[in-house]
Structure formats: C-alpha cells, structure tokens
Write a protein that binds this ligand. Sequence first.
Ligand code: MOS
Length: 739
Amino acid sequence: MKFDTPAGQNHIDQLKVVGRPTDRIDGKYKTTGTAPYAYERHDVAPNAAYGFVLGAGIAKGRVRWIDTAAAKRAPGVLAIVTTLEHPRMERGMMNAAYLFGGDQVQHYHQAIAVVVAETFEQARAAAFLVKVDYASEPGKFDLAAEAKGAPPVPGDSGEGSGGNGEERVGDFEGAFAQAPVRFDETYSTADESHAMMEPHATIAAWDGDKVTLWTSNQMIAWGHGSLAKILGVPKENVRLDSPYVGGGFGGKLFVRADAVLAALAAKAAKRPVKVALTRPLIMNNTTHRPATIQRVRIGATRDGTITSIAHESTSGNLPDGSPETAVSQTKLLYAGANRLTAMKLAHLDLPEGNAMRAPGEAPGLMVLEVAMDELAEKLGMDPVEFRIRNDTQVDPQDPKRSFSHRDLVGCLRLGAERFGWSKRNPKPGQVRDGQWLVGVGMAAAFRNNMVLKSGARVRLDQAGTVTVETDMTDIGTGSYTIIAQTAAEMMGVTIDKVVVRLGDSAFPVSSGSGGQFGANSSTSGVYAACVKLRDAVAQRLGINSADAVFADGQVRSGNRAVPLGDAAAGGALTAEDTIEFGDISKSQQQSTFGVHFVEVGVDAYTGETRVRRMLAVCAAGRILNPKSARSQVIGGMVMGTGAALMEELAVDTKRGFFANHDLAGYEVPVHADIPHQEVIFLDEVDPMSSPMKAKGVGELGICGVGAAVANAIYNATGIRVRDYPITLDKLLDRMPDAA
Ligand code: MOS
C-alpha cells in the first residue's frame, strides 16, 4: 500500500480496540520469567557452549601477538578465536568501528578474542590466561582539548535529525549584534551509556553453511544484511530471531561483537555458542551517546521576540563516525528570521559514539531549553509565555513548509494549568521546605516524526484466529500489543483472537524499532496487510468487499452474518503487504511536541537534588495505546532525569577509556529517585502521518526533561550549572547560606 495522500476515514477510526489503554500482551511473560531473552534460549540450543569475549587493553595501536597456549590447556576449553586469525571483517549498518579481525586497535575494549568453553566460568577463567602484546600509539581522548578547530560536518542520526555541517538563514551575526537583548553561553553534556537491562547477547548455531542467530537486536533486516556481509555468507543462509529484547535505546540498532563472535566461535567449536557482553565490556566495546560542547546565542527584542538564534555543537568520534546531531531541533522549534546552526566533529579515539534514545534532540534540548530559561529571566518574562511568544506554525528555515500538525502552545498552556505553574515564585532560592530548597522548572519537548516502510503478513484460520507475522521487534515498548490491537480493529475481533509473532528474519521486513518510528510505521504495515486480508475474506465469502462489515467476530453484509473463521473453512487465508510512504512525509514538517514541568528539592546542606514532581504533556498524533505510550514517556522522563543529575561516562583522558564501566560507577536513576509521574496526551490525530494517524512518542519523553530538571534546580537555588550532569559537587560551594 502506498501512503501518499492524507488518511481519510478508515477502519481504525472506530477505536474499539486501538486507542484503548490495553495491558501489554508480553507483560505476563516478562514478569513471570517466561519470556526468554537471547541468552536464555535453552529450547533452541540446549547444548550451547559459552563464549567469553576479550577486549583490547589499549585504546589505540596494534596487537603484536596473542599467546593462547595456556588458555587452550585450561579446563573445559573448546576453542579460541583471535582477531589475528581473521583479516579485518566488513562493517555492518551504521558501524563506525570494526567489530573484529586484523591487528589494528581503534578503541579500548575492541574485541580481540573469544574463548569458548563448556561453562561460562571456564571460558572466563581461560580468557584471563590469554597473553597479549600490543604496540600502543598515542590517541586523542579529550573533547575539550580537541574541540578548537573541529570542522563543521554534515550528519544524520538515522532517526529524523541531522543536516548540513552549517545551516544559515538571513544574517545571524548582523541581527544578533543589533538585538536589544543578547544571550550567549556555552554548555557541555556528558558521554552516556545506554545501560539497557539486557546485555548484548547472541546464541549462534551452524547447520552446514547456514547459521541461525538468536540475538537481541532492534532492527532485524539491518542485522540480517549486516551479518551476511560480515560473515561472508549469502543472506538466505542467515537467520536472525529476536522475539524479546530487554531494552536497546539505540545500542542494539546494529550488529555488535556478540553476534559476530558467537557465529565465529560456533564455527570453531562446531557447536552452538552463546556470547553475552559483560557490563564492563558493554561500556567500552559498544557504542555510547557522545559528549557535546554547545554554544547558544539568542538575540531578542525587549518584548521577547527572537530575532536571531544560533546553536553550535561540537562532539567527538572515531574517524568514520558522525557528529551528534544536537542542533537539529533548533532549526524548527522557535521562530526567528536570522538563524545559524552548526555541527562540528572532533576526531577522538574513544569508543564509537552513536545513536542513543533521541540522538541529537536529547542533548540538544538539554542545552537549548536551559538557554531559553536563562533568556526568559533576562527579559523578565515568564518562561512559558516566552515560548508561546516565539511559537511558529511553519518551518522557520523554509516558511512555505507548514507543520502537518503542531500544538506546542496547547501543551504549554495545559501543562502550566495542571502543574500549578502560576504559583511559582520566579525569584530563585526563595522557597524552603525544612532542609530542602524547593524549585520548579519547565522546558519544551520536541522530536521529529519519522516513518519507514514496513511489511506484515496476516493469516486467518478456521477458528477465527488472526496471526500477524512481521520482523518488527518489541524492545520493551509494547509492539506486540499495539500490533494485536491494530489487527483486532481491522478484522473486527477481540485482541485475544490475535496472535502476534515478531523478530524473525523469516517474516516480512518491517520498520524495526528506533527513532520513535516503530509504532506508527509497523502498525501501518499491519493495517495494509489487513486491508488485503479483508478483501480476501470478502471474496471467499462471495460478498462485495465495500459492503462487508467486520465486527464482533463476524462478517456482515446486508442480512447475512457469518463467523469470520468461516472464510477460512476451505483453508487458511493469508495476505501480505508493505506500507510505503511517498512524498507526503516530506511535503509538510512532521514533528511531535510536548512540555515538561518538574519540581525538585535541593538539600540546603549537601546539595543533593531530589525530584519531587514531574508532569509531561505530549502532542503526538493518535495515541495507539495510552497505557504503553505512557510507559514510554515516563521511561524517557526517567532517562532524561538521569542525564540531568547523574549519568556520565568518566573519560580517562590519558589511557582513553570510560573508567566507570559498571552500574555501580555509572549511575542511572532507580525507583527511589523518581516520584510519581504524570503524563497527559492531547487528543489529536495527524492524517498526514499514516493511516493510523499516529506519530512517534517513544523518545519524546526524554526530550527536554533534563532541561526542566536543571531549570528547577536554578529556581530552587539560584545556581545555574551549565555542565551536565548536575552532580552535587557542582552546587555545593555555591549554595546559599543554609542557616
Ligand atoms: Mo534509536 S536511539 O534506537 O530509538
């Protein structure tokens, strides 16, 4: 099905199943331990041996030799594969660093060997007996030191943000110089780790020249193609299966060393092999969100109208890596005739920087929305009103292009009312609650909406069961549930009559999960397949498709009503289709909008920040399942709170690695850090986006929330911290007198 005209009235609009707050189908499996993750697929490979990955002990240079003699003699060892035995292997989709092969070391903990043994403990013990000699070379590890002179380079997050190295509209410098009120500050954000619960893990098994990988991956078709290329095996001989993914956040968009090494190890050991990356290895072997240094300049008239805005970001990456697209939102969020955005890239020899939940917007809004708060104060304006004053209904870089639907103002007004914003004391450091300095802050949320071609197959059997198969993944997001809701709505059955099977490369190629494009794209693919299945049902029953009503498990036409399953009496009916998005997705700007309000308490004696209250209001098209969408948004809010308060990979700038490589040293928020969270969705549809009229929401929740936390800390204490995260050491010596 081609989607190239705005969606009219369709079967989804009935909203009998879609749009209802529905429990996640996989919820009971996840909470009872019966949803097997990749490493736990005992059913498929009961005799799997264990692979333990060895990472390079230097950040840059060459492996001179690897001595495996002692390791080979260790108990239980079945095979050892070293990087020196393989020429450098090809890279897969979006890989900047090489995953294995050859003697070159591009970053610390790049994989150099995998040791296979009967048990995990034996493999680990043997791995420590492997002796390695390196020829180390000096590298560049300090972003601040390399930022000067970093050139502007184009970049694309692959998730809806990006652009040219430098983009200009009007005359920024001239307008800024003449602006009655000027703001100019520089900020920094930290390197962050995805820190998903489930580590990267794969079981690989060969059958002759065919290989199957039970793995944890967000994008099955990418992984399928990439592994075929990396392993040098025809695509038809590779199968990926990833029905449950314990979080990815962008870290599992692409193939990582676990999959490649499991395949190589299984071949060497002549047995299925399972490989999980240990947490210490994940931090430095896989990807991370790159740190940024960002400068924001905004010029405004005294009434708060922005006349000029510039946002420049510098990040680092390996030579083949991309810049963090942290200035993207600034091209679209606020009006202003004179504009400049730039992404600069410094060469660093740290592990590969790549996509992490809302790549670009998450660190970009962390900075832009603090800058907006600072300028509002300078103007003596309420921060909510300042944003409303500078709203735009057209793309500020190309005013002929409108937004398909934009209700940022609606979010701002409703959020302010629900949060009780009018009670805020705009003067910082005024509100005390015992030992706590209390403050409130807000920030806008923004993220582009993206759609990707997505396919599905649906089958109807005689019992009236509808089975959906697509290689779409559920990375903890609720894909199983919204896909079942879509098929149930389309076929006129209850959700328990739908079976959803995901994550297998043998199924039709879907959008996959990422960039908050998965829900809208994949359900649209299911919609398209169900349109075909409805036609097939009508034809089989000898009724006119246009007259057929699918409801209550029946197909009705005139006075005739037959059980849906009767259409499959002569054999199951199958239909397959792919939704393809034509130019419609480019003709107007499709974005999602929101606002975050946060109340914090900062301990007047210790500088410890506790979040007390959070509210998000989101405008993101039709909400397919308010329950799972809310979970996505609150998850994003938690993650953004982590970015604001604690998450930071500490760079050892001498030896070139992230030193805090576990969840004790790399802190993420836990339940005790997060108060009750409230999420409100504006009741809206976007017929330009898809037949579902939905948009992305999975990453909107992280966008801007960190800035709202930072702005609340300022309101509580009067201290403006511009280097994130705001750990208490950055507050302590500037705290107001506590007595
Ligand atoms: Mo993307 S960082 O996988 O949503």
